[in-house]
Design a protein around this ligand. Structure first.
Ligand SMILES: Cc1cc2nc3c(=O)[nH]c(=O)nc-3n(C[C@H](O)[C@H](O)[C@H](O)COP(=O)(O)OP(=O)(O)OC[C@H]3O[C@@H](n4cnc5c(N)ncnc54)[C@H](O)[C@@H]3O)c2cc1C
Length: 377
């Protein structure tokens, strides 16, 4: 069978691959996206109703310019499609004394001139009476924070990619990447594709295709819960912002009810996974009990009847920063592992970065923090 030929092949069509395929195709390059399952599947990291987005970035202030660019590109996606992708509910980050969540977020906001307020526990409870907080807690309020509609955003990126001529191949697994003199050969379980360059956006499977990442990336089981709220107004859109609370036992976050129930989850791992393929929908009573304990302490109107639980995978680097880089051995191969549980909000701009790297070998965005060498070494 003759190999299909394209300028850029994108391996993996989660949030990052879909966004990259969209950018590459809209620039006029021939592009093929390859996904081992069907796009929108629930076995990776990108599915679901919502992901939090915020500007004042507690993880490190250097993410702020990228976050700003991500906001602009989500708005561009809205203009191009006429759909509502990004909703600003405000973001409230609350922590116990000394919490990095509060200190990091207010510092990043201060350094980058982002509108924010630092509030003590009393001020938070006055403004958002659904929270019950110890007196020594405080928080940061950012008006521009909110959520991105994740499934919708991924679907829209893929639609725009196809509209611009990209081919999407579903249910086909890439087995290996073979760099040759004239092209990169992408060998799948059903034929091969020859591409001028390749974006590897394989999420929790990336270690199979980029072996230097396999020993350093940790895959963790993450559990999401949806509750029918005891007090619906406590979690209603317009009443509850997207929030995160850094308590002594857990760092958990939640979203206003978008119609499916009140969604919340812990950012901490609930177990290491030996590979992405062993992940199961196995959330159970212990996961529910942990979430209930947390909510009953801080948001007592939230955890009524359990409506649903789901597991999802975080792909974590040792320092929890992303990997977005050219492969040192072959600069036609772009490696994208922007996860550690906080990548989605950036997908709109990471797609652009990946398209830049795949088509020109460089990008004007500052991705120096995301080098492969720092982790692969
Ligand atoms: C529970 C949870 C909550 C999160 N909350 C937030 C949040 O609030 N805000 C935020 O910014 N981020 C959040 N994140 C992180 C964010 O969702 C991820 O950073 C992002 O989805 C990663 O996207 P990805 O495209 O790299 O990976 P994935 O979504 O896993 O996509 C990779 C794709 O590659 C495919 N693939 C893999 N190997 C192959 C192969 N060999 N051949 C073909 N296809 C292949 C997979 O099937 C998959 O579809 C959260 C993540 C989780 C799990």
């Amino acid at each position: 069978m003759a190999a299909a030929v394209c300028d850029v092949a994108v391996i993996g069509l989660g949030a990052m691959g879909s966004a990259a395929l969209c950018r590459v195709a809209r620039r006029g390059f021939s592009a093929i996206g390859i996904e081992q399952f069907s796009p929108g599947h629930d076995r990776g990291s990108s599915h679901g109703e919502s992901r939090a987005i915020r500007l004042g970035y507690f993880e490190h202030p250097s993410y702020v310019p990228l976050a700003r660019a991500a906001y602009e590109r989500w708005e561009e996606l809205e203009r191009l499609t006429g759909e509502s992708v990004l909703t600003r509910t405000g973001v409230l980050e609350i922590g116990r004394p000394g919490s990095i969540l509060v200190a990091g977020s207010s510092e990043a906001s201060r350094l980058h001139g982002i509108e924010h307020e630092v509030l003590d526990a009393g001020e938070i409870m006055q403004r958002f009476p659904q929270f019950t907080l110890p007196a020594d807690y405080n928080g940061v309020w950012q008006r521009d924070g909110g959520y991105v509609r994740a499934d919708l955003a991924n679907r829209l990126h893929l639609k725009l990619a196809k509209d611009a001529g990209a081919e999407v191949i579903e249910n086909r697994k890439v087995l290996r990447i073979e760099p040759e003199a004239g092209a990169i050969r992408v060998v799948t379980d059903s034929g091969a594709i020859e591409a001028g360059s390749v974006v590897v956006a394989a999420g929790a499977w990336i270690g199979e295709l980029v072996p230097q990442l396999a020993p350093v990336l940790k895959l963790t089981r993450q559990v999401l819960c949806w509750f029918e709220a005891k007090q619906p107004e406590a979690v209603a859109q317009g009443k509850l912002p997207v929030f995160a609370i850094d308590g002594p036992d857990d760092l958990a976050y939640g979203f206003p009810d978008l119609g499916l129930g009140f969604k919340c989850a812990s950012h901490h791992s609930s177990g290491a996974l030996a590979s992405a393929d062993v992940a199961r929908q196995d959330a159970g009573p212990a996961d529910e009990a942990q979430m209930r304990r947390f909510l009953d302490a801080y948001l007592p109107g939230a955890a009524g009847r359990l409506k649903a639980m789901k597991t999802c995978i975080y792909t974590r680097t040792p320092d929890e920063d992303f990997v977005v880089d050219l492969l040192p051995e072959d600069s036609r191969i772009v490696v994208a592992s922007p996860c550690s549980g906080h990548g989605f909000k950036f997908a709109s701009v990471i797609g652009e970065v990946l398209a830049d790297l795949a088509t020109t070998g460089e990008t004007h965005h500052d991705i120096s923090r995301f080098s492969l060498a720092r982790v692969a070494a």
